[in-house]
Unconditional design. Structure first.
Ligand code: PMP
Length: 362
């Protein structure tokens, strides 16, 4: 089979080595004669898998001891509800920074549980979409927390600044589409959450990293399966966790460690993004509408100057083994998602194709 590169935004490409290992041990995991997804989550064998995955994740992100790592259900959108249900306390207000589609969606969901003070962080720089620096965000005094999304998967907008608002501001971040892609100072955050289906593993698993002093404050109406305190007390096994996704995430963490960890990924991700944005910027045929400082290294949306060619581009790219390049319906155009599992050669295959397409259709 010819090599296919999958640019899907999520569920997204997984490392080929990981898939091969999962395939090899699918029917007979660890000499047990069954697959890992057929054994009890409470048995010793699975608990070892679960603990090892957590340990590897802790190593990769240097997660401090005073943080719990939760392996949950419910996806990013589940956390849009879980965050206010766990953290609102008596404040009744939380700050929500609006930098794109997902941040806005989080604020909308939170509205069911508290009053979100929406901080519009969007601006333009030379006509390109940008995010105001954190120093210009107008925080609300007494707000329960500040929520933002460091990587907007649809808009292709990143906020790379490290939050430094002081100890009395609890920062919550939706890292769904950028976790493990570059180093991250966990200690600056109260809660970090991420759906697994982009940089971690298959859909169905959601990671939550929560500082311990934030536990014990959940709203009485918070469903137990979303309650950080209940999940922490039960080692994420209050109910049956997504065991296969947890196992596979563990394989991805091992793969990441073998590749040199998050710092090594950061370097490759930088190279991949520079290559792709370079081709876009050096042409009048393609364009990206995000200012340089806020360009995502994970999700690269781009438009063809002549949108009448969109369908041809998608058809030809698919035939060339470059899959899932169609932009999100709310943005249109194209989008290449280039998470950790996408190798540099995949991005090179895409840029070669783009340049060839331009020569033939430009
Ligand atoms: N946040 C971000 C940044 C996302 O990209 C997504 C999904 N693409 C979500 C939240 C929602 O995640 P889920 O579909 O797992 O609920």
């Amino acid at each position: 089979m010819t090599q296919v590169f999958n640019f899907s935004s999520g569920p997204a490409m997984l490392p080929a080595d990981v898939l091969r290992q999962a395939q090899e041990e699918l029917c007979d995991w660890n000499g047990l004669g069954t697959s890992v997804m057929e054994i009890s989550h409470r048995g010793k064998a699975f608990i070892e898998v679960a603990e090892q995955a957590e340990k590897d994740l802790r190593d990769l992100l240097h997660i401090p001891q005073n943080y719990k790592v939760l392996f949950c259900h419910g996806g990013g959108r589940g956390q849009f509800a879980a965050v206010p249900l766990n953290l609102a306390g008596s404040a009744g207000v939380a700050d929500y920074v609006d930098g794109g589609y997902w941040a806005e969606s989080a604020a909308k969901e939170a509205q069911k549980y508290l009053t979100p003070n929406v901080i519009d962080a969007c601006t333009t720089v030379d006509g390109l979409r940008a995010i105001k620096p954190m120093s210009e965000w107008q925080l609300t005094k007494g707000a329960a927390y500040l929520h933002y999304c460091p990587n907007e998967t649809i808009d292709g907008i990143a906020i790379d600044e490290t939050p430094a608002f002081g100890d009395d501001v609890t920062v919550v971040a939706d890292y769904s589409s950028t976790i493990l892609s570059s180093p991250l100072d966990v200690s600056r955050f109260g809660v970090i959450y991420a759906g697994a289906q982009k940089n971690i593993g298959p859909a169905g698993l959601t990671l939550v990293i929560v500082r311990e002093d934030l536990l014990g404050k959940a709203n009485i109406a918070c469903p137990s399966i979303l309650d950080y305190t209940v999940l922490a007390k039960n080692d994420s096994m209050f109910n049956t966790p997504p065991t296969f996704a947890w196992y596979l995430a563990g394989l991805v963490f091992k793969w990441l460690k073998a590749k040199g960890g998050v710092a090594a990924m950061d370097k490759i991700n930088q190279q991949k993004a520079e290559l792709l944005y370079g081709v876009i910027d050096n042409s009048d045929f393609y364009r990206n509408s995000v200012a340089a400082a806020n360009r995502s290294r994970m999700n690269v949306p781009f438009q063809l100057a002549d949108s009448a060619l969109d369908a041809v581009f998608l058809e030809e790219s698919f035939a060339a083994g470059l899959h899932a390049l169609k932009g999100h319906r709310v943005v249109g155009g194209m989008r290449a998602s280039i998470y950790n599992a996408m190798p540099l050669e995949g991005v090179r295959a895409l840029t070669d194709f783009m340049q060839d397409f331009e020569r033939r259709h430009g």
